[in-house]
Design a protein around this ligand. Structure first.
Ligand SMILES: Cc1cc2nc3c(=O)[nH]c(=O)nc-3n(C[C@H](O)[C@H](O)[C@H](O)COP(=O)(O)OP(=O)(O)OC[C@H]3O[C@@H](n4cnc5c(N)ncnc54)[C@H](O)[C@@H]3O)c2cc1C
Ligand code: FES
Length: 261
């Protein structure tokens, strides 16, 4: 469903990251963790493509939808220039959500870059509190740490340059964050593709259930163009793969469904 949504706030979160809040009651009431919206950025009307963003927060009562985005190119630059009172046309909520952890199951969130925005609604809606393993190039790229702590999540950090937390990849923190009984934890990932593929493989090696949000470049966002395909294992023969449209069958996939090549 397409809705015209008014911007209520569009502020700097940290560095190149912005947090935008829309008045979007039709979307906020239906949004589930892991889903995304496809935004037509109004000053870009000459460009036909929309831009996909994960739903970072949705308040059904207030009717608000929150996205956290990083300025990386034309679309996000134009979005950052927009002011409260202006509006965007938003399609959504789209895609397959994360599965919320069952009672007694510890959520282990693993996020890189804007991935921390994508797993935030999951942390908020989860009845069980757990841990966020947050990875970035350096301290300057870490976002939403205090917000997760306020939700009662422990935050463990890894940076490539060692400027904060463990020096190295965030996946190196995984084993220690899992419960000894692997049935008592569930891994959720969002971030750059190499990180997610490493996370999916490692979770399976360690015997933990995992879901990964595989965010591909998108065009239509509704399953019509095949721009967003990812390789998944073929049900008939697990050694073979088929293409899956991540905007429709994803973006969230169980780690066991993903084809690692
Ligand atoms: C399901 C989904 C959820 C997303 N959620 C968020 C989010 O919550 N916050 C956020 O900041 N971004 C998110 N993204 C990425 C976001 O859509 C892109 O950053 C955005 O479309 C870039 O638009 P642009 O016009 O500014 O950049 P462009 O000018 O189109 O491109 C600039 C650079 O960004 C790269 N880029 C474009 N799209 C993607 C993409 N999908 N993944 C990786 N790199 C890309 C391009 O290769 C290029 O290097 C998500 C993407 C998907 C598919
Ligand atoms: S973006 Fe068109 S099929 Fe997914």
């Amino acid at each position: 469903m397409d809705s015209e949504c008014t911007i209520l706030k569009n502020d700097c979160l940290k560095g190149l990251y912005r947090r935008i809040v829309f008045d979007a009651p039709g979307i906020a009431g239906r949004a589930l963790p892991g889903q995304f919206v496809h935004v037509r950025i109004t000053p870009m009307r000459d460009r036909i493509l929309r831009r996909p963003f994960s739903i970072s927060d949705a308040d059904a009562e207030a009717g608000t939808l929150t996205l956290v985005y990083k300025i990386v190119g034309h679309g996000t630059e134009a979005l950052a220039q927009m002011r409260p009172g202006e509006s965007c046309t938003i399609l959504g909520p789209q895609g397959k959500p994360y599965t919320l952890p069952a009672e007694g199951v510890r959520p282990v969130l693993v996020a890189g870059g804007y991935g921390a925005a994508a797993t935030y609604l999951l942390a908020k809606r989860s009845g069980e509190k757990g841990v966020l393993l947050l990875g970035a190039r350096s301290d300057a790229d870490l976002i939403l740490v205090e917000e997760y702590e306020k939700l009662g999540f422990e935050v463990r950090i890894a940076t490539n340059d060692g400027s904060r937390g463990h020096k190295g990849f965030v996946t190196e923190l995984l084993e220690e964050a899992l419960t000894p009984d692997r049935k008592r934890c569930f891994v959720y990932g969002c971030g750059p593709e190499p990180m997610l593929l490493a996370l999916g493989k490692r979770s399976m090696e360690l015997g933990a259930e995992a879901e990964l949000s595989l965010d591909q470049h998108m065009c239509c966002g509704v399953g019509a163009c095949f721009a967003c395909v990812v390789k998944v294992r073929d049900d008939a023969s697990p050694d073979r793969w088929r293409y899956s449209r991540s905007c429709k069958e994803g973006p969230v996939y169980n780690a066991k469904e993903v084809y690692y090549g």
